[in-house]
Design a protein around this ligand. Structure first.
Ligand SMILES: [Zn+2]
Length: 425
């Protein structure tokens, strides 16, 4: 299968792009005119598609459920009691909804941590995008639960050959306050042995860091470093409350960090913000995530790029911090690199993961700086066409099966909440 995108704007040049199989074969002013499918690129600009480095896709079912509550009250009264009643079918449709929303806003990869791995993986498979999926690993410091979690991860890892290359297995220790030391050691060993990525929430709130220091006598990254846990295989999510020493450790070990500006602001984690400038000075690879729809409430990466840039400028009282190019890289190539995916830039030989943006829209006019228009002026709605792995997933904003996905997701969201209310009161 080949696709030819004719006369499209790439940076400041009009080019044509030939896609063969799942990768970009040629980019030139003239690449001939024969292909299985021709896409007219006039009035469109091409960009790499977006990479969402942290989300809980199935949580789209909780969108708008329990907003504006304190973090712990939200989790304890609105999320955890209801999640007990979620089944595979719910997670499947919740994840399909997340994938649909991501495709419609230009995202073709997400790093996921949620329940019912097989249902999420099937939803990704059926949606045509890419994902790194981790089953939430929580042992609550109980030996029996720890054994169950280990067995589950071993089983899921052994089953990976049944999925396409678009799906990657990750380990998902939830956070240091929900996972025991023994399990962290097991996760470390499993990651080293199988070269598997570890996806973990770290140092999101001041309180969790305080409690960690009281319990273990060290700050989280110092402790994990002593454990031999940290490497470039670690995707550390949030990393707000960091000491200088911890930032040095993160840089030295090549740990990838993920900033989630919208979720941080909405959950009022306050007092401190993501230390972009200090981490950048140390050469740390910084990625960008939306977090789950429960705490965002959308999965729009362009919006998160803008919020990330604005939040840094506001915090440092410095307009030069986190310029638009760096915000865009956080949501594309930096994440692709962290996961070893040969994408995130438009170049010959790269995977054909890209979006065509409608530049005839009012928000994209005038065209002094097309990237600035994309990140600061627009949002995911400007994306017209999405290609992932050499396949067209959206054209002229139409995604196959959209109506069914929206209606099924709406149905299951209310069903499991009713199940909970009936059985649990
Ligand atoms: Zn999260």
């Amino acid at each position: 299968m080949s696709i030819l995108i004719k006369n499209v704007l790439l940076k400041d040049k009009i080019v044509s792009i030939l896609i063969e199989g799942n990768s970009i074969k040629k980019i030139a002013t003239n690449v001939g005119s024969s292909a299985d499918k021709i896409i007219d690129g006039s009035d469109k600009a091409v960009f790499p598609s977006f990479f969402n480095a942290h989300t809980h896709a199935g949580m789209t079912l909780f969108r708008g459920f329990g907003d504006d509550l304190p973090l712990m009250e939200w989790l304890e009264t609105k999320i955890w009691p209801y999640e007990k009643y979620i089944n595979e079918n719910d997670v499947y449709w919740g994840t399909r909804l997340a994938c649909l929303e991501m495709i419609k806003s230009g995202t073709t990869f997400f790093n996921d941590m949620y329940w019912m791995f097989p249902a999420a993986a099937q939803a990704v498979e059926d949606s045509g995008i890419r994902a790194a999926i981790a089953a939430v690993f929580i042992d609550s410091f109980e030996q029996e639960k720890a054994n169950e979690q280990r067995k589950q991860n071993q089983r899921l890892y052994a089953e990976m050959s049944k999925y396409s290359d678009r799906i990657m297995f990750c380990l998902g220790p939830h956070a240091p306050y929900t996972v025991s030391l023994h399990s962290l050691e097991w996760i470390r060993d499993f990651s080293i042995e199988n070269e598997v990525i570890i996806h973990m929430h770290l140092s999101e709130t001041e309180n969790e860091v305080k409690e960690f220091v009281e319990k273990y006598g060290k700050r989280p990254f110092e402790f994990l470093d002593d454990l031999g846990f940290l490497s470039s295989k670690v995707i550390a999510v949030h990393t707000i409350w960091l000491s200088d020493k911890e930032m040095n450790i993160i840089a030295e070990r090549g740990v990838n960090v993920v900033h989630n500006p919208t979720s941080n602001m909405k959950l009022g984690i306050g007092g401190d913000i993501f230390h972009y400038r200090e981490l950048k000075e140390r050469g740390v690879n910084v990625c960008l995530g939306t977090d789950g729809a429960g705490s965002n409430n959308n999965l729009d990466m362009l919006e998160s790029m803008k919020f990330a840039a604005l939040l840094q400028k506001f915090h440092y009282s410095d307009t030069t911090v986190l310029p638009v190019r760096e915000a865009f890289d956080m949501g594309t190539v930096n994440c692709a690199n962290a996961f070893g995916i040969n994408a995130g830039i438009i170049e010959e030989g790269k995977l054909a993961d890209l979006v065509l943006v409608d530049i005839s829209k009012p928000k994209m006019t005038p065209r002094h700086d097309i990237l600035s228009n994309l990140v600061y002026s627009s949002n995911g709605e400007c994306v017209d066409t999405v290609i992932c792995d050499g396949k067209v997933l959206m054209e002229n904003r139409v995604v196959e099966g959209e109506e069914e996905i929206v209606s099924k997701a709406n149905e299951v969201a209310f069903e499991f909440m009713e199940r909970k209310d009936m059985l649990d009161g």
